[in-house]
Design a protein around this ligand. Structure first.
Ligand code: HSE
Length: 284
């Protein structure tokens, strides 16, 4: 058995819708071996069928390698599914990596080639890029259909805590809530905020981060999926100690603070759902 792990990720990070992503030191671990027929074990039986994303990713990568063969994989999904923490991207990247490790031989695909395959399956690269490369990434789909990413360092003056609820939402449904068009003023604000957000995350300038970590593309439309979003945001941001944003398409919420112990102050008493407060380090 060969073991490897792929991290959980948060996409969007405030103003970087479908572009920014952050990888955490919180992982799904996969154990793989060559086999004559496909077998996926350990996870929910719903994820063990031939049309599941692990197998789709494995097959696409095998096609690129020009190889045939199958595999056994065992994984327990530590990253909760359908919570906005990149569990699908983790599974897709794992499927690609399984083919590459078991059958790549001397002609293994590069991480960038795996990034291309995995992003095509996922449809957008913002979770896939940090799942493969770690750290903070900005990524985009180019006009020729290929994907591009850039990785940035994150200041160690910033601390990240995710609030994971006990309910799920689907990205597909959360994307349908978004409008087709945006006003020019909103687009201009998002462009400027996203550039300055990268600067704030790299430098650890927390005042800048608080100023520009505002989103008009998805949060106003998706927050209705999270009953206590407004209450939790008000409490988290009350004293200017942290910002609160939606992780990916939600429903997990992400707080960013310059106080290492901020997570101990998060008060979720009286909210309608059960929340797990989880401070997370970054995967560099
Ligand atoms: N950028 C994506 C979204 C991430 O917010 O819909 C979820 O996969």
């Amino acid at each position: 058995m060969i073991k490897f792990k792929i991290p959980a990720t948060s996409a969007n990070i405030g103003p970087g819708f479908d572009c920014f992503g952050l990888a955490y030191s919180f992982y799904n671990e996969y154990s793989i071996e060559k086999a004559d027929s496909m077998l996926i074990e350990g996870c929910d039986p719903a994820f063990t069928t031939k049309d599941n994303i692990f197998n789709v990713a494995f097959n696409k990568t095998m096609k690129k390698l020009g190889k045939t063969g199958s595999y056994h994989v065992h994984y327990k999904p530590t990253i909760p599914a359908s919570r906005g923490l990149g569990s699908s991207a983790s599974v897709i990247v794992a499927g690609c990596r399984t083919a590459n490790i078991l059958y790549g031989g001397k002609n293994k695909l590069s991480d960038d080639e795996i990034f291309q395959i995995a992003s095509t399956i996922e449809g957008h690269p913002d979770n896939v890029a940090p799942a493969i490369f770690g750290g903070l990434t900005a990524s985009t789909k180019l006009n020729d259909g290929t994907f591009y990413y850039k990785k940035y360092k994150v200041s160690n003056k910033l601390y990240f805590t995710v609030l994971i609820p006990d309910f799920k939402t689907s990205t597909e449904m959360a994307r349908k809530l978004l409008p087709k068009d945006y006003k020019k003023e909103e687009a201009v604000t998002m462009i400027s905020h996203s550039v300055l957000m990268i600067e704030a995350l790299q430098s650890g300038d927390f005042n800048l981060l608080k100023t520009v970590c505002k989103d008009f593309i998805h949060e106003p439309y998706r927050k209705k999926l999270i009953k206590d979003y407004d209450l939790i945001k008000k409490r988290v941001e009350k004293n200017g100690d942290a910002v609160l944003i939606i992780s990916g398409s939600g429903p997990t919420l992400l707080t960013i603070s310059n106080d290492k112990n901020f997570y101990k102050k998060i008060n979720l008493k009286g909210t309608k759902d059960n929340w797990l407060i989880k401070p997370l380090g970054l995967k560099k």
